[in-house]
Design a protein around this ligand. Structure first.
Ligand code: NAD
Length: 255
């Protein structure tokens, strides 16, 4: 195993208000492929923009077909050591917040309280009405889709129901973004893990944290455009370094 630089581990051990920012790379060790690594099944089809989903019944059918196909592929995904290490930091009282671009719900499955997981790209484990935001579970939608070839309308208001993720062209969730911005401005260490940092506006958050005085740590298998801005960069796999971060219960250590 490649030993992590002690400076990076010391910076994390000596931080009191860590904000973690995770991307699809956090879940590859759980068996969910990321978006941009070549061969990704997410890239097999051209994404369906939000506008097409809203305006076109055929696009909606195709979106649901793809959604259920992907769900079948990753149904058994379990949290990885990376997800668990962040729970360790939370229990040690040092995780001020968790912002994720992921839609897989694995941070919550690992044990982070759901209201402390800020999902800026939504959540794919349930659906919501685009009109009244009423939550819908996927099981009944799928049963209806398989029986009738289309998803049901919202039972509360008759509106269009969509997976609760943010599609290309869809407005970012305002409250989640506002919470993410506030956290980025108030942390003492911003910890990026498993993100290519090319998706905006999400990738503005590490910049904001750095400008607000936080240390910036980036852990990713490959270089990111924000590496030159970071105090510490670790180019490697999530598992080994997060096991080191969580060693000793993730307690604060003066250094
Ligand atoms: P991305 O695919 O653009 O980048 C992921 C990065 O993680 C890549 O640079 C890759 O090299 C790195 N990586 C992959 N596995 C790693 C590992 N084990 N250790 C260290 N690094 C690893 O993902 P992104 O930055 O999150 O942006 C893509 C968008 O796609 C996001 O908006 C996200 O919502 C969505 N997405 C989510 C999931 C999920 O929920 N699990 C999966 C695919 C895509």
């Amino acid at each position: 195993m490649k030993a992590a630089p002690s400076g990076l581990l010391d910076a994390i051990a000596g931080a009191r208000r860590i904000v973690a920012f995770t991307g699809a790379g956090m879940s590859t060790e759980s068996g969910v492929p990321d978006f941009r690594t070549p061969g990704s099944p997410w890239m097999a089809n051209k994404p369906i923009p939000f506008e097409a989903f809203v305006s076109n019944a055929a696009a909606r059918r195709e979106a649901w077909r793809r959604k259920f196909t992907m769900d079948d592929l990753y149904r058994g995904a379990e949290p990885s050591d990376g997800h668990r290490a962040l729970v360790t930091l939370h229990r040690a009282g040092r995780l001020a917040g968790l912002i994720t671009q992921n839609i897989d719900g694995l941070h919550q499955a690992a044990g982070l309280p759901p209201d402390e997981v800020i999902e800026i790209h939504g959540n794919g484990t349930y659906a919501a009405c685009l009109e009244c935001r009423h939550r819908h579970e996927l099981g009944p939608i799928r049963a209806h889709f398989e029986a009738h070839g289309h998803a049901p309308a919202c039972t509360a208001c008759g509106g269009l129901v969509k997976s609760a993720t943010i599609s290309f062209g869809q407005r970012m969730p305002a409250e989640a973004m506002a919470r993410a911005v506030a956290l980025a401005k108030a942390c003492d260490l911003f910890l990026v893990a498993g993100s290519s940092l090319v998706v905006y506006p999400a990738a503005e958050l590490p910049v904001l944290a750095r400008q607000s005085g936080a240390r910036l740590v980036i852990i990713n298998r490959e270089p990111t455009p924000l590496d030159p801005l970071a105090d510490h960069v670790w180019q490697g796999e999530i598992g080994p370094i997060f096991r080191q971060i969580a060693a000793g219960g993730g307690e604060y250590r003066e250094n």
